[in-house]
Ligand binder design. Structure first.
Ligand code: SAM
Length: 333
C-alpha cells in the first residue's frame, strides 16, 4: 500500500546530508560568527557510514522514493564520496543527484560521473567576484566555481545552477546571471532567501519575491511560463521566448508548495526529518546500530511518514523565524 502522510503526500525524494562541514561560510547559511574555529562539528564516529546511508536509502526506495539527492554541508568534503554514489547507483532506477558549491568539482566530477551520478546542482550566487567572495565569506573566486561547472559538463553531467537572492546583496546581478547561463546552456534557478535555522538573522525584508525576480529578468530577456514537468516540482519554470533555454524560481517564502512536498531529509548523523524547517528528527542511526532488521527500519520510516503533518512555509509569519529550527548545513539543503 502506498505510504502517505496525514495530508495524502507520498514520499518521493530523499535528501541525504553526508557531512555538516563546509569549506564556505555563506553569510545566509553558515555565518562565521556562529561557525567559527571553535564550532563543534559532528565527530566522525557519529556520521552515518556509507553502508548505513545505503541501507536507509534502500529502505526509502522500497517505500516509494524515486529521487536521491546527496547534500550537506559541502558533500564533496567527505572523502571518497564517489564510493557512496556507486552504492546508491546500485539501488536501481532512481534519479541520483548532488548539490555542491562546486569548489571541488574540478578534481571530482569525472569520478562522480563514472560512479553513476545522473546530474549535479551547483550553487553560485553572483558572477560579480567581489559580491560572491563576500557572500561565501572565505574569499572563494567565481572563476573556480565556473571551472567546477565546466568540469561537470565535460564529464557529461547535466548542470543546474542555484542562486539564492538576498535583497541589497546580489539582486543587481540577476540579469547578468541569466544571460550568462543561458549562453552556457545550463538551467539557472533562483531561490528566495529562506528562514532556515536560526543563525542567519533572516528578515522578510531581505527576501526578493519570485515574481519580482521573474519580472526583472523578463524585462530584459522575455519569458513565458512552462508547465511543471511532474507534480511536486519545486521550481516554477519559465522559458525564454526566443527558445534559448529556461530558468526556474523557487518561491518557498512567497508561494509555499507544502501541499505537494514529497521530500524527506536524512541528517549526516542519521536523523530523519520531514521538513526543512523542522526542529526534531527521528534517530535512525540508533536503530541501525542496535541491530534492527530491514522490517524494523521500514516500520520506523513508515510511522514517521504516516504521522507527518508539516507545512511550515504555509504557516510562516514574522514570528516563526525565532523557532529553534535545525540549521540547513546540518539537515542538508
Ligand atoms: N554546500 C552545498 C551547496 O553549496 O550547494 C550543499 C548544501 S547548501 C545548504 C544547499 C543549498 O541551500 C545551496 O544552494 C544554498 O545556497 C542553499 N541555501 C542555504 N541557506 C539558504 C537560505 N537561507 N535560503 C535559501 N537557500 C539557502
Amino acid at each position: 500500500m502506498e505510504l502517505l502522510d496525514t495530508r495524502a503526500r507520498a514520499v518521493r525524494d530523499l535528501r541525504i546530508s553526508v557531512t555538516d562541514r563546509c569549506n564556505f561560510r555563506c553569510v545566509y547559511c553558515m555565518p562565521k560568527e556562529v561557525y567559527g574555529r571553535d564550532y563543534a562539528f559532528l565527530p566522525r564516529r557519529q556520521l552515518l557510514t556509507f553502508e548505513e546511508i545505503e541501507r536507509i536509502a534502500r529502505a526509502f526506495v522500497r517505500n516509494g522514493v524515486r529521487k536521491l539527492r546527496i547534500t550537506g554541508g559541502e558533500p564533496l568534503v567527505r572523502r571518497d564520496l564517489e564510493r557512496l554514489v556507486a552504492q546508491l547507483r546500485a539501488l536501481g532506477d532512481v534519479d541520483l543527484t548532488l548539490t555542491t558549491n562546486g569548489s571541488l568539482l574540478p578534481q571530482k566530477a569525472q569520478a562522480l560521473a563514472d560512479a553513476g551520478l545522473d546530474r549535479v546542482t551547483v550553487s553560485l550566487d553572483s558572477l560579480d567576484d567581489d559580491v560572491f567572495r563576500s557572500m561565501n565569506d572565505v574569499g572563494f573566486p567565481v572563476e573556480r566555481v565556473l571551472d567546477g561547472i565546466d568540469a561537470a559538463a565535460a564529464a557529461g553531467l547535466p548542470v543546474k545552477v542555484n542562486c539564492v537572492v538576498k535583497r541589497g546583496v546580489n539582486e543587481d546581478g540577476l540579469v547578468e546571471m541569466a544571460r550568462f547561463f543561458r549562453g552556457a546552456g545550463h538551467v539557472l534557478r533562483f531561490i528566495e532567501y529562506m528562514d532556515v535555522g536560526h543563525t542567519n538573522g533572516w528578515r522578510l525584508d531581505d527576501v526578493v519575491p519570485a515574481d519580482e525576480i521573474v519580472a526583472r529578468i523578463g524585462a530584459d530577456l522575455p519569458l513565458e511560463p512552462v508547465p511543471p514537468a511532474y507534480s511536486g516540482e519545486v521550481a516554477t519554470r519559465w522559458r525564454y521566448r526566443d527558445g534559448s533555454g529556461e530558468i526556474g524560481v523557487i518561491s518557498s517564502v512567497t508561494k509555499p508548495f507544502c501541499g505537494s512536498c514529497t521530500r524527506a531529509r536524512l541528517s549526516a548523523e542519521g536523523r530523519l526529518y520531514t521538513c526543512l524547517f523542522a526542529s526534531r528528527g527521528q534517530d535512525l542511526r540508533r536503530l541501525l546500530r542496535s541491530g534492527a532488521g530491514d522490517g524494523e527500519l521500514d516500520e520506523a520510516i513508515r510511522q514517521v511518514w504516516r504521522r507527518r503533518t508539516d507545512r511550515y512555509s504555509e504557516l510562516r509569519s514574522r514570528a516563526t523565524p525565532d523557532l529553534q529550527k535545525v540549521e540547513m548545513s546540518y539537515i542538508g539543503g
